[in-house]
Design a protein around this ligand. Structure first.
Ligand SMILES: *[C@@H]1O[C@H](CO)[C@@H](O)[C@H](O)[C@H]1NC(C)=O
Ligand SMILES: *[C@@H]1O[C@H](CO)[C@@H](O)[C@H](O)[C@H]1NC(C)=O
Ligand SMILES: *[C@@H]1O[C@H](CO)[C@@H](O)[C@H](O)[C@H]1NC(C)=O
Ligand SMILES: *[C@@H]1O[C@H](CO)[C@@H](O)[C@H](O)[C@H]1NC(C)=O
Ligand SMILES: *[C@@H]1O[C@H](CO)[C@@H](O)[C@H](O)[C@H]1NC(C)=O
Length: 436
């Protein structure tokens, strides 16, 4: 058993017959960030760093002919140079090349003439165009007329591109016919309707932080993951009966009155950082496959009624205005529940009584002084409990009795500065109490 005597003083009272107590740790432990866990968005892509050549920051104005002659090279980093053209055969002698990173150069898309049979990933983020591009002119023809041919390309990253227009997205069909993932995050794209017209075969589309403020999607093509975060929508409408969509991310989009979504295959939905003050019981009615739902950073005053989401596994209600947790509004499929950062004072004895599969519960940053006797009776699977930053006067008032699987228990920031060893009696031996 490890014990530290520092800020929190552990008063060990010897207890006859006790075979051991949980450990108390003063170490800081990286507490799981449930927002990250709920949807792993992979907001950018990187080339692998085995079998690579690195010519980043090398003051290159062009890619030297015969830069590589190698059957083994898989990645080439050419970040932060001044390259403005990529010629057709430039990587011809690296037949097994899979990834090229040209972030922060000066490449206009119409100067991209690269041809390669194997290339899978091309990164063209944040090009610093030397000339100002006049987007009102229709004369700029992008890859449509270029000779680029990347039949095996799966991922194209154009984050921060300033020379994209909706009209020219059709180039994808010709130059990169097998593209599956496109990053257009932070690009100047204004994007209005009919997603399938531009993305006939894509599976994952990043349009976050684009200039679109209006979206009406009536056909998703084959898209399975759609990221529309950080767009302040003036108008937002989704309507689709049959859709392939599995992940929809709408964080920080100024949404306050959601239209009903009818997305039967959807597994992950991020509606965090919007302006929802209530969630109608039928809002998610036709999302019976939903597993991950993030409603954090909204203005909800009540725990929404979600019982019918009977596949829901992870739910975040972080940083809303919930003060009571009384009803059994949660589906019993839930594994992870976060109620961090609300104003919760009251938790009912039966609030968690149907959550016998719950593995992690975050109640930190609330106003809880005590929990009712028996509140944890059903939480046989709970391994992670966070009660940091509340108003508990001691461990006893947390009323922990039935948590046989508890391994991580966080108690920092309450109204006590010592822990009586007696109060840890109810915790399993394998549990570590984190006091920082
Ligand atoms: C490539 O070189 C640049 C500049 O020296 C360096 O900052 C970067 O970390 C290197 N990247 C890799 C993948 O080695
Ligand atoms: C959307 O685009 C697809 C592909 O170009 C086309 O077949 C379909 O008719 C379009 N739908 C609408 C509503 O414009
Ligand atoms: C949204 O913008 C914030 C602030 O710029 C950034 O930290 C976050 O990663 C963005 N999220 C997405 C999904 O683009
Ligand atoms: C929300 O989006 C706006 C742009 O619409 C951005 O300026 C802001 O940083 C974003 N906030 C967060 C928390 O992502
Ligand atoms: C849910 O689906 C049913 C049948 O597919 C349909 O009748 C109903 O209008 C849908 N409800 C919503 C809220 O979209």
């Amino acid at each position: 058993m490890m014990m530290y005597y520092n800020f929190i003083i552990l008063i060990v009272v010897s207890i006859a017959g006790s075979s051991g107590l949980p450990s108390v740790s003063l170490n800081t432990y990286p507490i799981t960030d449930f927002d990250e866990l709920i949807i792993d968005k992979k907001l950018s892509v990187k080339c692998g760093n085995t079998d690579y050549i690195n010519l980043s920051k090398s003051q290159l104005y062009e890619i030297p002919k015969d830069l590589v002659k190698s059957d083994t090279i898989k990645s080439i980093f050419l970040r932060e140079n001044k390259i403005s053209e990529v010629h057709k055969d430039v990587f011809k002698n690296a037949p097994n090349l899979e990834c090229v990173d040209l972030t922060q150069n000066r490449i206009m898309l119409n100067q991209l003439k690269i041809q390669h049979d194997r290339l899978k990933t091309l990164i063209l983020d944040n090009q610093q165009s030397s000339e100002t591009v006049d987007m009102s002119s229709n004369e700029i023809d992008y890859l449509v007329d270029s000779k680029a041919a990347l039949p095996n390309l799966r991922t194209l990253s154009l984050r921060g591109a300033s020379d994209i227009s909706e009209h020219n997205l059709n180039f994808l069909v010709n130059a990169v016919p097998n593209l599956e993932i496109i990053y257009l995050s932070g690009s100047n794209l204004r994007f209005n309707h009919n997603i399938s017209a531009y993305f006939p075969r894509l599976k994952r589309v990043y349009l976050d932080h684009t200039k679109s403020d209006f979206i009406s999607i009536d056909n998703y093509g084959s898209v399975e993951e759609l990221y529309l975060d950080n767009i302040s929508f003036r108008y937002f409408f989704l309507d689709s009966q049959v859709t392939t969509l599995k992940t929809l991310s709408l964080s920080n989009c100024s949404l306050s009155h959601p239209t009903k979504f009818s997305l039967p295959l959807l597994k992950s939905l991020d509606l965090s950082r919007n302006e929802f003050s209530n969630i109608n019981a039928d809002l998610f009615q036709n999302m019976s496959n939903l597993e991950n739902l993030n409603l954090g950073y909204n203005q909800l005053q009540e725990v929404p009624y979600l019982v019918y989401l009977n596949h829901l596994k992870q739910l975040s209600l972080n940083y809303n205005y919930i003060t009571e947790f009384i009803n059994m509004n949660m589906p019993n499929s839930l594994r992870v529940l976060s109620l961090k950062g609300n104003g919760i004072t009251t938790i009912d004895k039966l609030a968690f009584s149907n959550l016998y599969q719950l593995q992690a519960l975050d109640l930190s940053e609330n106003q809880i002084q005590s929990l009712p006797d028996g509140w944890d009776e059903s939480l046989q699977m709970l391994g992670h409990l966070n009660l940091r930053m509340n108003k508990f006067l001691n461990i006893q008032s947390m009323m922990i009795k039935y948590l046989p699987n508890l391994e991580e228990f966080y108690v920092k920031g309450n109204n006590f500065d010592s822990i009586d060893a007696n109060s840890l009696q109810q915790l399993p031996n394998k549990c570590i109490v984190y006091t920082f």
